[in-house]
Design a binder for this molecule. Structure first.
Ligand code: HEC
Length: 153
């Protein structure tokens, strides 16, 4: 009887795990790739106006793009990275396994990605092109530092 009670107590937190924990490795990979691609697609719109000057300013589009990037950055993507989803164990992914040996650094990058994207979201509202370009570059630096370390070529 006692044994069963202890077992039940141990099981409860496991059963309270979020739904995402049940995602298949394939779904984790597809979801994170789509999320990054979506962020990149939105980043291109900001880049075209703020850095390349190849697009006219559209307040609505730039604000929407910054909101989308910030939403990705703040969405808690960590749950889409299980050890089994790295490229030494899974197919169709560029995630390097060293990601899981360097979680402190990964976390630092992920927090910067979220903070710099949230800052960009605030700055775009003013429509100051130089300020947006500067802040956009800070966001891109966080993308790059993650790719340089944890994304295979
Ligand atoms: C915390 C680390 C991290 C951050 C931050 C990050 N990425 Fe990535 N990105 C990855 C990894 C890892 C992959 C490979 C995912 C896979 O193949 O499973 C990837 C893949 C991609 C891809 C390819 C998607 C595909 O279809 O295969 C694009 C595009 C991309 N990232 C753009 C960006 C942009 C733009 C940013 C910043 C706005 C960004 N990423 C921020 C780690 C990161």
């Amino acid at each position: 009887m006692k044994k069963i009670a202890i077992l039940a107590a141990l099981m409860t937190p496991l059963m309270a795990l979020p739904v995402v924990a049940e995602m298949s490795v394939e779904d984790q990979i597809e979801t994170r790739q789509s999320a990054y691609q979506f962020a990149a697609w939105n980043g291109k719109k900001i880049k075209a106006w703020a850095i390349e000057g190849s697009e006219e300013y559209s307040e609505q589009d730039i604000i929407a793009a910054a909101n989308a990037i910030a939403a990705v950055a703040n969405s808690g993507m960590g749950t889409l990275f299980s050890r089994d989803s790295a490229n030494d164990r899974a197919e169709n992914t560029r995630l390097k396994p060293n990601f899981f040996n360097e979680l402190d650094n990964v976390k630092k990058i992920a927090v910067s990605f979220a903070q710099e994207s949230t800052e960009l979201q605030k700055i775009v509202a003013d429509g100051d092109r130089t300020a947006v370009a500067e802040q956009f570059n800070k966001v891109v630096d966080t993308c790059k530092s993650c790719h340089d370390n944890y994304r295979a070529d």
